[in-house]
Every structure is written in structure tokens, then in C-alpha cells.
Design a protein around this ligand. Sequence first.
Ligand SMILES: [Zn+2]
Length: 75
Amino acid sequence: MLDLFSSVILFCCFTCVIFTGLGLYYERREIARYAGERGKATFLCVRCDRIYSVDVERMVCSCPQCGWDNVRLKF
Ligand SMILES: [Zn+2]
């Protein structure tokens, strides 16, 4: 049988482990969710106002709608 102090320590450790595990789980889930989006580059066509993105990191890309070469957007 555990005394009160040991029970409180055990409860605090258990709670800490649970919240740390949940934090790691949700952090990994968010990283996996946006992993594909991170490699994309976004462009705004100055000719037809279309916003598009490509998978490859490039500074200049042609618009898929009108073919105009646009510079990558910087945030
Ligand atoms: Zn365009």
C-alpha cells in the first residue's frame, strides 16, 4: 500500500508522461500533415492573377494558364 506522498508523486509522474506523450503525438501528426506542403513554392501570375504552386524549389516558373514567367512569392 502506498502512502499519500508516494501516491501524489506517482500521480504527477503519470500525468507528466501522459501529457508529454500527447504533445509528441500531436507534434508528429502536424509535421506529417504539412510535410508535402513545405516543399512547394507559390507563385502569383502578374498577367492573369492566378495563384499556383509547384513542387520544385524554383525562383521563376511559367503560369499554367497563360504561360507568363513569374517570380516566386516571398513571405
Ligand atoms: Zn497567368
